[in-house]
Design a protein around this ligand. Structure first.
Ligand SMILES: Nc1ncnc2c1ncn2[C@@H]1O[C@H](COP(=O)(O)OP(=O)(O)OP(=O)(O)O)[C@@H](O)[C@H]1O
Ligand SMILES: [Mg+2]
Length: 365
């Protein structure tokens, strides 16, 4: 008898309208050390789930009333039962329905009459896979939590460095040489604070903790503000923003902070990856239902290969910053998630050597 700790604790639900099958399969599994719960119909099985969630379900494909396909469909539609592996029990003349079984989310099947070693092998494999998936999810959650804590705790010492270096800079007795060094300390701390903020944002989105407050916002005003804030960076590279400030209000349904962050990312990329002296065009187009915001640059553009990776995490592609700026490769992955959370879309149109245009589409308010 196999009674290793993992199998001994695993609970298996068997659903079959024929009692004889329940007995046969139940005996094979019990002898192997599993706990077994029988159910003689789909309805009975689904009801039983409210009291106890099994680790795995063996489900008869053909049953009177609710058939196995329908039961499986419901299990996969419910987040509480979605992760439970379902193995179909089929007669050899039902093979044609198996494809549908996989389509509705089953992981495997066994054919009647049952071959005990085969049944047990499949059950064991899928239980192991389930446990491995569970462990991976837990490890990923732990990693995200750790990253969140680390990034969060770095914020206050960084702000202290930023704040104190600013104070020292105001000291008139500081010589020019020292002032330059303190200025560098201040800039480095500011850059680090920005990176930490990006990591925190990415983490928050991944953990589904981004809280959005969607209200009507004037996109034109938001763009003007971002361009104003980014102007010194562009001016340092003799780049020119082209923007018709007098477009008038363009209301979109969005979260004010998040919207600003999205535009800021796109404009700062245009500045960061364009060579000195180039133009950056920002345009808005409104229709009845949607507003489109375009940020066009005359930078290096993106190959088809690069475009595929563009919105992924830690994507540092062929284009490199042209003025010694920092690049983490997180900006656009955050932009994409943020835009989608505001029920919008973002994409890029570009050809190598011919600049890039980033386009954000948001619902009109
Ligand atoms: N306007 C652009 N023109 C050409 N390449 C670009 C442009 N914007 C982004 N890229 C490329 O895509 C990559 C990913 O951009 P993303 O904004 O996600 O990260 P990043 O700018 O490297 O770092 P950060 O996290 O600070 O934003 C960049 O490293 C760059 O190679
Ligand atoms: Mg960026």
């Amino acid at each position: 008898m196999n009674t290793t700790s993992s199998t001994a604790r695993s609970n298996i639900l068997i659903v079959d309208d024929i009692t004889k099958n329940l007995q046969v399969v139940g005996t094979i599994l019990r002898q192997a050390g599993y706990a077994v719960t029988p159910a003689t119909s789909g309805t009975e099985a689904l009801e039983g789930l409210r009291e106890q969630l099994p680790d795995l379900i063996l489900l008869d494909l053909m049953m009177p009333g609710m058939d196995g396909l329908e039961v499986c469909r419901r299990l996969k539609a419910d987040p509480t039962t979605l992760q439970i592996p379902v193995i179909f029990l089929t007669a050899s003349n039902e093979m044609e329905h198996l494809v549908q079984g996989f389509e509705v989310g089953a992981v495997d099947y066994v054919t009647k009459p049952f071959n005990p070693p085969e049944l047990l092998a499949r059950v064991r494999t899928h239980l192991e896979l389930k446990h491995a998936r569970q462990r991976l999810r837990e490890m990923n959650d732990e990693k995200n939590e750790f990253m969140g804590i680390a990034a969060h705790d770095l914020r206050s010492p960084l702000n202290a460095v930023k704040g104190y270096s600013e104070m020292v800079l105001e000291d008139a007795a500081l010589g020019a040489e020292n002032a330059e060094l303190v200025q560098k300390i201040h800039e480095a701390a500011a850059r680090m604070a920005e990176m930490v903020q990006n990591l925190l944002d990415a983490n928050r989105i991944e953990r589904g903790e981004m809280q959005l407050h969607l209200v009507p916002i004037d996109l034109a005003a938001a763009v003007s503000d971002v361009l104003e804030a980014q102007r010194p960076r562009a001016a340092a590279k003799q780049q020119t923003f082209h923007w018709r400030k007098e477009v008038g209000p363009v209301p979109v349904l969005a979260d004010a902070t998040v919207l600003t962050q999205v535009i800021e990312n796109l404009v700062s990329n245009a500045v960061k990856y364009s060579p000195p002296g180039k133009n950056i065009y920002v345009r808005l187009n409104k229709s009845v239902e949607k507003v489109v915001c375009e940020v066009q640059d005359e930078g290096p553009g993106l190959s088809t290969e690069d475009q595929k990776k563009l919105f992924g995490k830690f994507a540092r592609l062929s284009a490199k910053p042209t003025g010694g700026e920092h690049s983490t490769g997180l900006g656009l992955s955050i932009v994409k998630k943020m835009v989608e959370a505001m029920n919008g879309r973002v994409w890029c149109e570009s050809e190598p050597g011919r600049g890039s245009t980033f386009i954000v589409e948001l619902p009109t308010a």
